[in-house]
Design a protein around this ligand. Sequence first.
Ligand code: SF4
Length: 439
Amino acid sequence: MNYHITTYGCQMNVADSRRLASDLETLGYQPVSRAEDADVIVLNTCVVRQQPEDRAVNRLLSLRPVKEREPEKVIALMGCLVGVRDPTPALSRRFPFVDVLMAPSDPRPLVNYLIERQARELDEESRARQEALQDGRWRLPLRERGKLVSAHLPVVLGCSHACAFCVIPYRRGPERSRPPAEILAEARALVAQGVKEITLLGQIVDRYGLDLPAGKVTLASLLRQLHEIDGLARIRFLTSHPGWITGELLETVAELPKVCEHIEVPVQSGDDGVLRAMKRGYTAAEYRRLVAKIRDVIPRVAIHTDLIVGFPCETEEQFQRTYDLLADLRLDKVHIARYSPRPETLAARKMADDVPAEEKERRRRTLDELQAGIAAEINGRYLGTEVEVLVEEKDKGRWRGRTRGNKLVFLEHDRDLRGRLVNVRIQWAGPWSMQGTAA
Ligand code: SF4
């Protein structure tokens, strides 16, 4: 019995696929490299933009003849194309050859489907495997066991914000914080299997615990609990929201040695009119003050952000304010996306997608060129200095790892450096990565 999972989209989907792979292996399935060779074929989908949605749908349709040839194969669809609200009728009409639909972060429908199937051929071994699933003995999938150095760990599922452009609340549902005990158990299980760095995930990770019994836990207090885990070298968290980052959280990052000086806080636009239309809930001036505060509280912090260009009604002047904000703040990394209308969102329902595609692309390229210059200048400051790198894996004959500020570093070395913290003297620096030698 074997399985294949194709994962599209964000780190949350990567973590969900890892969880599902672990459950399938506990049920006795082995991973295979080609979907067509698997008994259980899973697509974990993303619809945050039109392009990833089209890729997933095309791949799914390409599996129809496989199912028609071998009807005993199980085809399962997961993630944001499914969403949290029961899409079964619509999706079953659209993809009648799909056996199981799973909402984001919920592998149970497929696991239960396979358990029922196994129940028909129930033998001792299957019974033992099903019991292992119940007792939470979570193990990394075979392919990652003993190899995975850095893992993502969802702590807040869904989002209760309603940014005008974003489909996530409609597909992942309202925000739900996972119980701290469950998170700590999963973190210990990861560290026991060789993981050295854990990145806590949430659409607005700073809101962790706000939906749990009052005052019980916050992201800052969760970081303190995780910090006590022996063998865990580094902790990160993403994604923050300018409206929810607290002074307590920033102080905790500055105080706890294992928590990296790296903050991911999307700004999305540098213009107040566009931010209002996006329903982001802050102004450009407030964002600038937040960046100054983060840099004041956390020395040497690396700040990453997200930006959308070509949002409905964005004028050249408004775009210029985004350009000026980036030029002034000189952030470490910027993910730039062209606006694409997403189904159900306020922007898609109420606002015309009036910025031409070529103009969106011109604005994206303009910001990309600006940021390439800024990133090259920032990374250039590391030349001749030593940085601490957590080495993750070998990549084309070179070891690959990241600094505490999440900067990519390559180095050559004969020894097996996987999972080691290495001091690296930087000899080359470009906008997107650096190279050096072990000091
Ligand atoms: S904060 Fe806004 S952009 Fe982020 S997931 Fe929630 S709705 Fe989407």
